[in-house]
Design a binder for this molecule. Structure first.
Ligand SMILES: [Zn+2]
Length: 91
């Protein structure tokens, strides 16, 4: 009985560790994907290739000069300097 509980606990701990590893791997993969996409954008200069990883959304009053042109639900990307629908608001 005790042994079963102990091994179940160890399995739970092991599963948690595995989840953390998977999460870490997922984050690293996402970061690698982002870098790869950024490299493509640097080569083509086409905003459609930009990963739009950093920018600002609409806010009133605007904090940055670039935000003054935005309407609610829009997003300005620092990388390609284009305005697009805010990706954080997309379904
Ligand atoms: Zn962009």
């Amino acid at each position: 009985m005790f042994d079963d509980d102990w091994s179940a606990d160890m399995e739970a701990i092991e599963a948690e560790r595995l989840d953390a590893d998977l999460l870490q791997a997922e984050m690293e993969r996402a970061a690698a994907d982002y870098q790869a996409q950024l490299e493509i954008y640097k080569r083509t200069g086409d905003p459609n290739d930009c990963p739009h990883g950093s920018g600002v959304g609409y806010v009133d009053p605007p904090v940055y000069e670039e935000q003054k042109q935005l309407k609610p639900g829009e997003f300005f990307c620092w990388t390609c300097r284009t305005v697009m629908p805010d990706p954080l608001l997309a379904d």
